[in-house]
Design a protein around this ligand. Structure first.
Ligand code: XMP
Length: 528
């Protein structure tokens, strides 16, 4: 394992991704982590970048005991300044100008010092890199040599003469440093000797055996499944680990897509052999949403009813379990939390308020506090694409593995205004046509999310010879890497008009179709 100590840079998690892509297992912890609290012995340590200035009184610093571990250290940007500052506080000062953007570094070979040259091994004499810093090294720390420089920064790369300690001023983890991942691999594999054995199959076996250890021989576990990839992977994994002692619960909230709940049932129960209960809550939810138009209120109502129904089911499962001789109490609640959700709570935050992540709809908080259940999050170390790879290994079909995410409040936040059964049905039909045609055109995987929504207004149209006053469908399809920003998908115009024609022809009551071309920001992906 490589230990990544995070100083709060926006790109710290990308260091972890790069290393995992080279099959090197890496864990990220806040930079202030005390060495004696570590549960593993790292093969090497990386200090990330960060927004602070090392010479400020409030600046974060690593536990000095890290330097006594005797393992290689790589400092990136702030991390490099941290190393230099530790050697002598006057090694770092504010630069005249912020150095920001693309630049080339010249790599310097140092004669007779093998480990010093290992970091840039195989990367040639020049390397295109991305810099973003104000502070810089103004002196070479004692016992260090320069291994890279730019026109602006004499000490763009430094290495200790005898110890395997390195610092670089640029960011190897971002895509603007094209060969940066090779540099990180040089550090982790060649310099630290980390093994490249982060393989999905092993990870699955390890996770299954961990779950068995945690849950024990008798206890039962419950979890909610939506039909999305995360909860399905969790459910399959739990089933592999403890069989029918895992109880998956799917609640039809009345605002799922066309036939979605039936499909979830078929796929999870019949195809994947998961012990699943489907609860039809559609009437309860639609009654609860009657007359409500305010987006956040819709979310609260759906979230609250979901918890109520889930709790009821958990109690029922618990009661039923009392009568089974070989099974124990329901003691655990499982959730498909992913790494980006926990990253905030692991990373270092300058304001000292290290955030705990939000759990969707407050479900775990109520299950844990109200019923004393313990939380299991088997995917908490994984990124979305890793969960997808994980799903494939577990035999989950490709269509589900690559499915676009779908929000908990479902179609309700894609219908502007009141959610009624009639309006839900219109959106369902239009959405089904839209998504089927996208899939037929082979472009589903090119977009991060796509759906049909509904405007609160109506518009005039002519159909046949008659004047109609019909519904307005809003189509939205976006490309996005992390859902924080998004761009509209650039449709082939012929395809788009074909989709619009089919929707107007086949969905009763619709007279117009529009395509939303707003980026995020300023728009959001959902309509509400
Ligand atoms: P926005 O609309 O904020 O969405 O650009 C960003 C991503 O978050 C999803 N989303 C939600 N997911 N409950 C969820 O489970 C919600 O209330 C919710 N609101 C938005 C949205 O689908 C997109 O992927």
């Amino acid at each position: 394992t490589i230990l990544l100590l995070d100083f709060g840079s926006q790109t710290s998690h990308l260091i972890l991704r790069c290393l995992r892509a080279h099959n090197v297992y890496t864990e990220m912890l806040p930079c202030t982590t005390k060495l004696d609290t570590l549960t593993f012995k790292p093969k090497g340590v990386i200090f990330s970048g960060g927004p602070a200035s090392v010479y400020d009184a409030r600046a974060p610093h690593v536990d000095p005991a890290i330097y006594d571990l005797g393992v290689p250290i790589l400092g990136i940007c702030y991390g490099c300044q941290e190393i230099a500052w530790r050697a002598s506080t006057d090694n770092v000062a504010r630069g005249e100008a912020r150095e920001y953007g693309h630049t080339d570094v010249t790599i310097k070979k140092v004669e007779g010092a093998e480990h010093v040259n290992q970091l840039f091994q195989g990367l040639g004499e020049e390397m295109h890199v991305y810099m973003s810093h104000f502070d810089k090294l103004v002196k070479l720390p004692e016992n260090f040599v320069t291994i890279a420089s730019t026109d602006n920064t004499e000490f763009a790369g430094i290495a200790h003469k005898t110890k395997k300690i390195y610092g670089i001023q640029f960011h190897p983890e971002v895509s603007h440093t094209p060969r940066g991942t090779e540099l990180l691999k040089n550090f982790a594999v060649d310099i630290c000797g980390a093994r490249q054995h982060w393989v999905m199959a092993d990870f699955i076996q390890q996770t299954i055996s961990d779950i068995r250890k945690i849950v024990g021989e008798k206890a039962q576990v419950i979890g909610a499944v939506s039909g999305g990839v995360d909860s399905t992977v969790v459910a399959k994994l739990m089933t592999e680990a403890i069989g029918d002692r895992f109880h998956a619960v799917h609640i039809d909230n009345g605002v799922m897509r066309l036939n979605e709940s039936q499909e979830v049932q078929q796929l999870l129960k019949q195809h994947l052999g998961i012990n699943l209960t489907v609860i039809d809550g559609s009437k309860v939810f639609l009654d609860g949403l009657k007359g409500v138009t305010e987006p956040e209120k819709k979310r609260k109502i759906i979230g609250g009813l979901f918890i109520d129904l889930f709790e009821e089911e958990a109690l029922r499962i618990e009661k039923a379990a009392e009568n089974t001789p070989n099974a124990g109490k329901v003691e655990f609640f499982v959730q498909g939390t992913l790494y980006p959700d926990v990253i905030e709570s692991l990373s270092f935050n300058l304001s000292d308020t290290i955030k705990t992540h939000h759990n969707v709809g407050g479900l775990p908080a109520r299950m844990m506090n109200g019923q004393g259940l313990k939380l299991i999050e088997p995917l908490r170390m994984l990124f979305k694409d890793e969960v997808r790879a994980f799903g494939r290994q577990l035999g989950i079909e490709e269509g589900l593995v690559m499915r676009h995410p779908f929000p908990g409040p479902g179609i309700a936040i894609r219908i502007i205004g009141e959610v009624t059964e009639e309006r839900v049905n219109i959106v369902r039909k239009a959405d089904h046509i839209f998504i089927s045609m996208i899939k037929e055109a082979g472009i589903y995987d090119e977009m991060a999310q796509a759906y049909a929504g509904l405007d609160s207004n109506r518009a005039v149209g002519v159909m046949g010879d008659a004047r109609v006053y019909g519904y307005i469908i809003i189509l939205r399809a976006v490309c996005s890497v992390n859902f924080m920003t998004a761009e509209p998908y650039e449709f082939d115009f012929k395809l788009l008009t074909k989709i619009a024609r089919r929707i107007v022809n086949e969905v009763d009551g619709v007279s117009r179709v529009t395509y939303d071309i707003t980026s995020k920001p300023p728009g959001t992906i959902e309509l509400e």
